[in-house]
Design a protein around this ligand. Structure first.
Ligand code: SF4
Length: 436
């Protein structure tokens, strides 16, 4: 093994130190030290923050990774990935999400959030293959935005996103029918030119949901532009149906002045989502019952503890965190916001960050002038991102070298067309002040 750098942001190495007893840090489960292939046949996402979430039936299935990759050392995989990338040259572009493990991210040509990465792929039209080291919905979005002759590859098909999976297309179609029973024809404008409800989906949703939204006059949002997108939707409808993340929807609408009692939760397992017709009639935002298991781990108690232990600490959390956590923090914002806030801090500052641990550790390594730590004291990465082990990356790249494309993600044309419409509406939506 090569010696680890002095300031090693790798969560994987931190886990190895915990399970071997060298470090006294805590981990959410010592199973994390095993390879993700040990969990590929199980019904959940495997160890990590979303280990309790079930993989939906019908989700793509990952076949067995050849033993040569499972058994290879970290150094061997590193060399094989580098060699394959060199052989492929401009024919391949590797994208790495902010929450991805360090051993994978270091091979990425671009690192960013899901939408930044899908757009980065547009800068490389000469690449025949886009290897997306993220989760399933991200690879789908890259496929929507890339040219038809580019193959988007997800190194491990078991890398879904438990939050995206919480809005299943059949449940959403069923919800839409129930809302039509309450509100009347959903495409009919009232005297003010407003339809009863506009569907808005977070980028973290399947292409099928983006397509549904596109077909029904709706729009996609990211955690950076959710307010702008809600303004767009309120200019066209009496209400918004927001999915899959209830927390992003609630935090954004609350900051815009929507009262909590006008934001009922839509639980797809209950009739009328668990609300009365009167509550639905009065609703301004219907929040789908979805959440991110990573960001749900953050608590107000962690913030109180950080303030006791680090007087003057600046607490920044992601808007996928529960409302009381966002309220107790100093600031809330997307991964892009968090990165910018740290980069722009001119004085040495202590930051407590409420988002995925791989990103927090990388930020800490990149900004040694600041003290940066994760609000959650337990080392617990996003289970679904964690499925992309360097072994899978080496495998898909070497298959490309051999002239074979494995794990291609393709969105069917009838879904892709309306999904692109919903994405284009998002790109065209402007903040209120800017559009004036
Ligand atoms: S951090 Fe949450 S939203 Fe992001 S991929 Fe993981 S489970 Fe999905």
């Amino acid at each position: 093994m090569s010696s680890l750098p002095l300031l090693d942001p790798s969560v994987d190495h931190a886990l190895q130190l915990i399970v071997t007893g060298v470090s006294t840090e805590e981990t959410c489960t010592t199973d994390l030290a095993a390879g993700p292939w040990d969990f590929d046949t199980r019904p959940g996402y495997g160890p990590g923050s979303s280990m309790g979430d079930v993989i939906p039936t019908g989700a793509p299935h990952q076949g067995a990774l050849p033993a040569a990759y499972r058994d290879a050392s970290e150094d061997e995989l590193e060399d094989r990935i580098r060699a394959a990338k060199q052989t492929l040259g401009d024919r391949v572009v590797v994208l790495g999400h902010f929450y991805q493990r360090e051993e994978v991210v270091r091979h990425a040509d671009y690192v960013g959030d899901s939408f930044q990465l899908a757009q980065a792929a547009l800068d490389r039209p000469e690449a025949e293959a886009i290897v997306f080291c993220g989760v399933h919905f991200m690879a789908e979005t890259a496929d929507l935005l890339s040219s038809p002759d580019q193959a988007v590859i997800l190194p491990n098909l078991a890398a879904g996103c438990s939050m995206a999976d919480m809005a299943d297309i059949d449940q959403v179609e069923d919800c839409w029918e129930q809302l039509a029973d309450i509100y009347g024809p959903l495409d009919e404008q009232d005297a003010d030119g407003l339809v009863p409800v506009v569907p808005v989906t977070y980028m973290n949703s399947s292409a099928a949901i983006k397509g549904f939204v596109g077909r029904h006059g709706g729009i996609v949002c990211t955690s950076s532009n959710a307010k702008t997108v809600l303004e767009w939707a309120f200019a066209r409808g009496r209400r918004v149906l927001f999915f899959p993340d209830q927390h992003l929807g609630r935090n954004t609408a609350k900051a815009m002045g929507v009262p909590l009692e006008r934001m009922p939760l839509w639980n797809p397992r209950k009739a009328l989502g668990g609300s009365t017709p009167a509550e639905l009639e009065d609703a301004r935002v219907l929040l789908w019952h979805g959440f991110c298991s990573v960001h749900r781990r953050f608590t107000t108690a962690q913030i109180e503890q950080a303030r006791i232990e680090h007087p003057g600490v600046r607490v920044i959390v992601h808007p996928e965190c529960p409302m009381e956590v966002v309220d107790a923090a100093d600031e809330a914002g997307s991964t892009a916001y968090i990165r910018r806030a740290i980069e722009e801090a001119t004085e040495p500052t202590t930051f407590a960050i409420g988002t995925e641990i791989n990103l927090v550790r990388r930020l800490a390594a990149q900004h040694p002038q600041h003290e940066i730590f994760c609000l959650d004291p337990v080392v617990c990465p996003c289970s679904t991102m964690y499925r992309i082990h360097p072994g899978y990356l080496a495998w898909v790249l070497e298959e490309l070298v051999a002239g074979r494309t494995v794990n291609r993600i393709s969105v069917a044309a009838d879904v892709a067309e309306p999904a692109r419409v919903a994405l284009e509406r998002m790109l065209a939506a402007k903040p209120e002040a800017a559009s004036a």
